[in-house]
Write a protein that binds this ligand. Structure first.
Ligand code: 3MF
Ligand code: MG
Length: 348
């Protein structure tokens, strides 16, 4: 899809293969057939995505040896090229393997920490071979279920050693922390983008440590995602987003972007537009899940809906009258400002 220019922003769109799924949840098995890899790519292309987000083992099994891995990565690169798409990032998946039960780099067992490091280096190799320098860290199990389970001082030390190890392993990669306060653990060690940036600032190369904001992860913290995005944009640290929506403080719902709270979604689009997001090739990524009740033939509509809502909101953003907003702010008439915004969202 051609780049969408809105304000100073340049929007291109990405999606992860896990966003199409057969509907299993913690309480029940799959409820629809899974799509094959080829079908997924075709669906993404048809909907209009420009890039794919990968976990290392979305590219190929983590059990392959280096030669087999390299061959598989080359095949994936060719597939992407044939589809006219790019790889946005690679994220080491450190939460499904038997060696990552207790976490990756904060696991108590030294053998498991070594596994996490080797697996992360492999993810970097895959990313570089696919043609992207972006590595996403979603620290799924880098936390605890009970505080006493891990030593926090040791865990923070391991966190910072792990970041330095990655930064040193390749001098071109960019590390994007995708922070989430809880789930699957009860409490994550660095629950917010601010925590991660503070640790990144003390790393060997702070310029290469940035952030991916996921809307629902901010909401789980009680933070408005547009404020989180604006802070990172202001600091030059917003290198990716996972847009979605969330209905209150529950499990991470990954609902379609804008489906719960249009005004909250509008503010995210408005901030991204004003902040010039995408000028350095950053992607507007989705991280959304279809409802469990959806039949297979329509189980991609959450993706097309999210993109549609995003584009509809871009149109509204372009109608925002900056002079009016300045007038209301100057008069400190936020009631009138609210009326203006809500009616704008109602198409009035
Ligand atoms: C969990 C997430 C993750 C990450 C993904 C890429 C499985 O809440 O958001 O999705 O987005 O691992 O970093
Ligand atoms: Mg995500």
């Amino acid at each position: 899809m051609p780049v969408m220019k809105v304000g100073k922003a340049q929007f291109r769109f990405s999606v992860g293969p896990w966003n199409l799924h057969p509907g299993a949840d913690p309480f029940g098995p799959p409820v629809r057939e899974d799509f094959s890899w080829a079908q997924k790519m075709e669906i993404f292309k048809q909907i209009g995505f420009d890039a794919i987000q990968f976990h290392d083992d979305d590219v190929c099994s983590a059990e392959l040896n280096p030669a087999e891995t390299s061959k598989a990565v080359k095949a994936m690169k060719k597939q992407l090229k044939d589809l006219g798409m790019e790889a946005e990032f690679v994220a080491p998946r450190l939460w499904e393997h038997g060696n990552t039960v207790d976490g990756g780099w904060t696991a108590n067992d030294a053998k498991c920490r070594k596994y996490a490091i080797d697996r992360s280096k492999r993810a970097v190799d895959i990313a570089l071979e696919l043609g992207t320098k972006r590595i996403v860290l979603w620290p799924a199990r880098e936390g605890t279920y009970i505080r006493e389970a891990k030593d926090p001082f040791e865990s923070y030390k391991r966190y910072s050693e792990y970041l330095n190890m990655l930064l040193e392993y390749d001098s071109s990669i960019l590390i994007m922390g995708e922070m989430k306060p809880n789930e699957p653990t009860d409490a994550a060690y660095l629950p917010t983008p601010g925590h991660f940036l503070a640790m990144g600032a003390q790393s060997k190369d702070p310029k290469r440590v940035g952030i991916l904001i996921e809307s629902a992860h901010s909401m789980l913290l009680g933070i408005d995602p547009s404020d989180d995005m604006a802070l990172c944009l202001a600091l030059g640290k917003l290198w990716g987003v996972h847009l979605n929506d969330q209905d209150g403080l529950k499990y991470d719902q990954d609902k379609s972007f804008g489906a719960v709270n249009i005004r909250r979604a509008f503010n995210q689009v408005w901030v991204l537009a004003r902040g010039g997001f995408g000028q350095k090739g950053e992607y507007v990524g989705l991280d959304v899940k279809a409802m469990r009740t959806q039949k297979q033939d329509g189980s991609m509509k959450h993706l097309s809906n999210s993109l549609q809502f995003f584009k509809d909101l871009c149109e509204i953003v372009q109608k925002v009258d900056g002079d009016k907003i300045a007038e209301f702010r100057n008069a400190r008439d936020y009631e009138e400002l609210e009326r203006y915004i809500v009616r704008l969202l109602m198409g009035k």
